[in-house]
Design a protein around this ligand. Structure first.
Ligand SMILES: O=c1ccn([C@@H]2O[C@H](COP(=O)(O)O)[C@@H](O)[C@H]2O)c(=O)[nH]1
Length: 231
């Protein structure tokens, strides 16, 4: 299974995104398109990035009743994306519906993963705001188990939980992990963070890195630092 560094392109327009990616010359890093960029530019931004040779993770985190998610996933199945996602909190039934909607007539489909607990959520917030009074690792492990039962390919979790998830769901089950910072970076709104080197040690499959690359004085150097620590 290929490990990789995915850059979160959290930009508000195609113009900004392309100006950022120009800094990478002939390199074509795996990119993540989130809600901001997708809502601004629509499916055209996916086509543009794929035409340029990037792998694309479309991070829309669907979370709705099963029928609605299934129909939305059917639309996404027509797009040339490599990975997309839902919230595991939508239940096993919702994840099964998502998988059904995503499968194309020829049997192919992009990878489908589920968010366990957002990496911005702390233990305290989970207990106080969500009334989930269990240890974070246990909750993430449980949501990962549900995700595997539903037949999905893996989860979004913090690298801090990657080892636990692989212990429960197996080494082939993907751990796609935001919440990555260099040791001297600010956490910002993230809560469960660690470095690319630690993410590697804990067995994460993909690290998702946004501001530590996009906000760096030299984004290409920051990306290469991630690659050399993680791969
Ligand atoms: O639990 C989650 C799920 C998704 N994300 C997304 O990853 C990036 C992280 O960006 P940073 O700038 O490196 O914090 C961002 O696009 C989030 O929407 C996440 O952080 N946590």
């Amino acid at each position: 299974m290929g490990k990789d560094v995915i850059i979160a392109c959290d930009f508000s327009s195609k113009k900004e995104t392309m100006a950022f990616l120009e800094k990478f010359g002939q390199r074509r890093p795996y990119v993540k398109i989130g809600m901001e960029l997708y809502y601004a530019e629509g499916p055209a931004i996916v086509r543009e990035l794929k035409e340029r040779g990037h792998k694309v993770f479309l991070d829309l985190k669907l979370h709705d009743i099963p029928n609605t998610v299934k129909k939305a996933m059917r639309v996404l199945s027509g797009m040339d994306i490599d990975m997309c996602n839902v919230h595991a909190g939508g239940t096993i039934a919702m994840m099964e519906a998502a998988l059904e909607g995503l499968r194309r007539e020829d049997g192919t489909r992009p990878l489908l993963i589920a968010v366990t607990q957002l990496t911005s959520t702390s233990q305290e917030q989970m207990e106080d705001d969500l009334l989930i009074e269990e240890d974070m690792e246990k909750v993430v492990g449980h949501y990962a188990y549900n995700t595997k039962l539903a037949g999905l390919d893996g989860v979004v979790c913090s690298p801090l939980e990657a080892e636990k998830v692989h212990g429960i769901c197996g080494d082939d089950f993907l751990t796609v992990t935001p919440g990555v910072r260099f040791a001297d970076d600010a956490k910002g709104d993230q809560s469960r963070v660690t470095t690319p080197a630690k993410a590697k040690e804990l067995g994460s499959d993909y690290i998702v890195v946004g501001r530590s690359i996009t906000g760096a004085p030299d984004p290409l150097a920051a990306y290469e630092r991630c690659v050399s620590e993680f791969l």
